[in-house]
Write a protein that binds this ligand. Structure first.
Ligand code: SAM
Length: 373
């Protein structure tokens, strides 16, 4: 027993020493990802303190408009993949998208995110350009706009930037190239290097650049996750949105469900990823992903407590929510936007956060990068 206690003290000591360091090796990150009990509490206390110090306790809203589930891609994990014939496809009208943006503006959300399945047609590029201009106009420039519509050409990214989008989210999904290719079809449309090129293009154009990974994928290891964290740091990413992988029965990866960590373990690992990332990259924006809430009703609030500072309340009209089913048990699918907002006010207060209305909440990391600091 005493021996066990000594061992335990040694580990606590190790974790607290790692947390005092100014840089972290791959092995340090693995140790942090594996910490449990009091060690984990220590990590969460540290990440929460760092968050307060570097980005404050403000939580910024990004009203999420999932405007279409039509997708050209066939990612093996995603419920809206092109080959899934069980999905009822939808595409909001421009009027519906503008109404959702108006709702976000009227409810004093600082920003919105336009997200959809992937479409690389010129007509899609034109449509987004026009929507960006109209949203800027209807909100008198007040609404910040993030885009999350996948891989596009550099010229399209540039056009959208010029039309008013200033943040872009494109998850790398995993920084392990071999794993990336295991969870995507083996063709030119699902290429790791192409995705990396897109991230570099977005950064060069001047977007606040966001990426992320899924946590708890089949075949993924703790070493992969440690590398994901190092990748975010080496790339100098401005924002991260990452969350647990959740299986969907109508996707190829469902065949590997027996190899997965339990949902609770994936949730726990996701919180640790958020906390460690906050310690590693103190001034970036970190979103508390909706997938956290699919596992735990207070999932996003727990994400806020350990280091996240962004929440993306869904402002897609309730009618369509059920059909943007990336994974099973997606939360809030049967609510209307107004209900969603009321519920979040109370939830963020529970996590000692303070919702910041009418502000963009830009990434401090990005602003320093821009100034060359
Ligand atoms: N088409 C855009 C793109 O690829 O960036 C945006 C839409 S895509 C559906 C948004 C994100 O959903 C993906 O980057 C992926 O990480 C996440 N996602 C898809 N299927 C998921 C699953 N089964 N579990 C958790 N997250 C999932």
């Amino acid at each position: 027993m005493l021996f066990l206690l000594r061992q335990f003290e040694k580990t606590m000591d190790t974790i607290s020493k790692i947390l005092e360091q100014s840089s972290f090796s791959h092995s340090d990150l693995e140790q942090l990802l594996l910490c449990v009990g009091d060690e984990k509490s220590l990590l969460f206390k540290k990440s929460s303190d760092i968050k307060t110090l570097f980005v404050g306790n403000k939580v910024y809203f990004r009203g999420l408009i999932e405007f279409s589930n039509v997708c050209d891609k066939d990612c093996y994990y995603c419920g809206i993949r092109n080959s899934n014939l069980f999905v009822r496809r939808y595409n909001l009208t421009d009027g519906e998208i503008l109404d959702a943006a108006r709702f976000a503006d009227e409810n004093r959300f600082g920003s919105i995110v336009l997200q959809s399945g992937e479409n690389c047609s010129p007509a899609f590029a034109d449509r987004i350009t026009n929507l960006l201009k109209q949203i800027k106009q209807l909100s008198k420039g007040k609404l910040g706009i993030s885009l999350s519509v996948g891989e596009q050409s550099e010229s399209v990214y540039r056009r959208w930037f010029e039309a008013g989008a200033h943040r872009y989210l494109l998850r790398i999904e995993t920084s392990n190239q071999a794993l990336f290719h295991k969870i995507h079809p083996d063709d030119l449309h699902h290429d790791f290097n192409r995705r990396m090129d897109c991230l570099h293009a977005l950064k060069a154009i001047g977007y606040q650049t966001g990426t992320g990974v899924m946590i708890g994928l089949p075949f993924q290891t703790i070493s992969d996750l440690a590398n994901d964290l190092l990748f975010f740091q080496q790339f100098g990413i401005d924002m991260v949105g990452m969350g647990p992988y959740i299986e969907h029965s109508d996707t190829p990866l469902y065949a590997f469900r027996d190899q997965l960590l339990s949902l609770q373990e994936r949730f726990d690992l996701s919180l640790k990823m958020i906390a460690i990332l906050r310690v590693l990259m103190k001034d970036i924006n970190i979103a508390a992903a909706t997938a956290l809430q699919a596992i735990d009703p207070l999932g996003r609030e727990k994400g806020i407590k350990v280091g996240a500072n962004i929440i993306m309340p869904n402002v897609t009209p309730g009618l369509y929510r059920n059909d943007y089913s990336l994974y099973e048990n997606k939360p809030c699918v049967d609510e209307e936007p107004a209900q969603c907002k009321g519920c979040l006010d109370a939830r963020v207060a529970l996590a000692n956060g303070e919702i910041c209305y009418e502000e963009w909440g830009d990434s401090i990391h990005f602003m320093k990068r821009k100034k060359g600091e």
